[in-house]
Ligand binder design. Structure first.
Ligand code: PAF
Length: 288
């Protein structure tokens, strides 16, 4: 199947063979290639990753694939927004190629391999979503091997995912530079997310306070407070906002996501939160 150059303002590859042919043509011209893996429903956060990669690469591929293996059976795979035409319109003048394979192209009959990263995958999201990071690591390793980019960028919004990918790329000697893109926020500080569209107006208002509590909790532990005390108080405040459940509000080593054994911050730290309001699960994180 040749590249689809007529549907949108930028070409679309639907198969790995077409993706590789496009990349090979760029390589022949000596161009540097970047990749921004996404699940679509693009917002300014994704577009900022495209712009970030563009500062270091001549051509940017944006992959759009809602990856079934990173969703548990009870999660929102079917409801996840699929907005390819709108995504392509947003990428016009910014990206150079969309890679939008179907599930069969990525997981053909007989597919049997899982990439699993121990350690950094295990706490936090790994507890709440035990199969999630194996799905992410598997699809990201496939995308990196399919496109073989010089650079790939992932949002810091999924901080733990970024650390899992960095670990995997280092462990498997995948020859790619991984960039983390800063979290983009709405005017009230809510981290941009494709899932924010699920929020009712009332939930959206409460969601805008989540980042405030996280920031204040981070300031407390940075000032020497005992982590367990500060995070317990922060989680109580999040529930008081109207959140139904706080999966975690924790302060961890920024790279390994291990706890600080002394109970106080003694090195590079990150505060991470996941909390559910109505049917929407929100995550956020900040440096401490
Ligand atoms: O962050 C995401 O959107 C996804 O987890 C990713 C990295 C595109 C893998 O499906």
């Amino acid at each position: 199947m040749p590249l689809d150059t007529t549907s949108y303002a930028l070409p679309v590859a639907r198969t790995v063979a077409d993706l590789r042919a496009a990349v090979a043509a760029w390589r022949k011209q000596g161009l540097r290639v970047g990749l921004v893996p996404t699940m679509g429903a693009l917002h300014e956060g994704h577009l900022s990753l495209v712009d970030l990669v563009k500062t270091k690469a001549d051509r940017v591929i944006v992959s759009i694939f809602v990856n079934p293996t990173q969703f548990a059976p009870h999660e929102d795979l079917d409801a996840y927004p699929r907005t390819e035409a709108a995504d392509a319109a947003k990428l016009a003048g910014r990206g150079d190629l969309i890679f939008a394979p179907n599930a069969h192209e990525m997981y053909p009959q007989g597919f049997s391999t899982t990439v699993s990263v121990s350690g950094v995958s295990e706490p936090l999201e790994g507890q709440a979503r035990p199969t999630h990071f194996a799905g992410v690591a598997t699809i990201v390793s496939k995308l990196l091997l399919q496109a073989l980019p010089d650079i790939a960028a992932f949002g810091e919004k999924d901080w733990q995912q970024l650390q899992v990918i960095r670990r995997m790329v280092a462990d498997l000697n995948i020859p790619v530079e991984i960039l983390g893109g800063a979290i983009l926020r709405e005017a009230d500080g809510l981290a941009m997310s494709s899932r924010n569209v699920y929020l009712s107006p009332e939930e959206r208002k409460a969601a805008g306070q989540l980042n405030v509590i996280v920031r204040e909790t981070a300031a407390k532990v940075a000032g020497g407070a005992i982590i367990a005390d500060a995070t317990r108080e922060g989680a109580d405040r999040i529930r008081a906002l109207g959140f139904d459940h706080v999966d975690y509000l924790e302060v961890r080593d920024a790279a390994t996501l291990e706890i600080f054994p002394s109970g106080r911050v003694t090195g590079q730290a990150r505060i991470l939160v996941a909390a559910k309001i109505g049917r929407t699960r929100l995550i956020d994180n900040m440096p401490v």
